[in-house]
Ligand binder design. Structure first.
Ligand code: DX5
Ligand code: ZN
Length: 235
């Protein structure tokens, strides 16, 4: 069964010398492991690439949510599908034909995700959403972990959720950046149902416990939302 809420710890905030341990630390508590791939061109930062993903894939059973912050995703993204990623997300800003790449990814056996960075409006991409399984709305400027959550980004989540509901689209809306105990409820209320958390999970003493707390807060927020949408009746 697909869970209502996806919690995706980002290994960007983990100890890069112990990535397998970081994965094991959230097994049973997280739904996806968020893998931030950065190429020092699309974003200034540089992280990991296919060899690390291949090794880590063998070390854990958690589905991988690969977030490609790279130029030329058409060239590189299908490799992550072939390595066994569950979802591969690339940036709208880096791709002139997102629908073609989404088709390539699905054909390679993975879910296809579209990411929009802080300064990118969502409206031009709404019509493309039927071709995607996930929409990732950055709630910071892509590139580094540990930044402050930007609540104004939730307007994009609300717009996308309205559009998805109106069109009965089967799409996850994921938020990434500054997600923590004090921000996840607002993101869930706006319509997000997948939550990336780096610092909030791997900065905690007990990463699995941090995941469970985030999930409980997101679930409670969605229940409140459903109740208020139905005029106060419990549904
Ligand atoms: C940043 C990455 C995020 C990052 C989030 O560009 O896409 O996934 O790990 O880190 P936190 O949760 O610390 O904001
Ligand atoms: Zn990310």
């Amino acid at each position: 069964m697909t869970p209502d809420i996806i919690i995706a710890p980002s290994i960007l905030a983990a100890d890069f010398a112990n990535l397998a341990a970081a994965a094991h630390a959230v097994e049973g508590a997280a739904d996806w492991l968020h893998v931030d791939v950065m190429d020092n061109h699309f974003v200034p930062n540089l992280t990991i690439g296919p060899p690390v993903v291949a090794s880590l894939r063998r070390a854990t059973g958690i589905p991988f949510d690969c977030h490609l912050m790279i130029e030329d995703p058409k060239r590189w993204a299908p490799a992550y599908a072939q390595l066994g990623a569950y979802n591969v997300t690339f940036h709208a800003e880096a791709c002139d034909d997102p629908v073609a790449l989404a088709k390539d990814l699905r054909a390679a056996g993975t879910l296809a995700g579209l990411a929009v960075d802080r300064d990118t409006p969502i409206e031009p991409y709404l019509e493309l959403l039927p071709h995607f399984d996930t929409l990732l709305v950055m709630t910071i400027k892509a590139g580094f972990g540990g930044q402050a959550f930007m609540p104004e980004m939730l307007a994009k989540v609300r717009t996308a959720r309205r559009h998805a509901n109106a069109g009965h689209l089967d799409i996850r809306i994921e938020v990434d950046g500054g997600i923590a105990d004090d921000t996840i409820e607002a993101a869930a209320a706006a319509g997000a149902d997948a939550f990336v958390a780096g610092t909030a999970v791997y900065g905690a003493d007990d990463p699995a416990r941090a995941c469970r707390k985030l999930r409980a807060l997101a679930e409670a927020s969605r229940v409140r939302q459903t109740t208020s949408d139905s005029g106060g009746r419990t549904v």
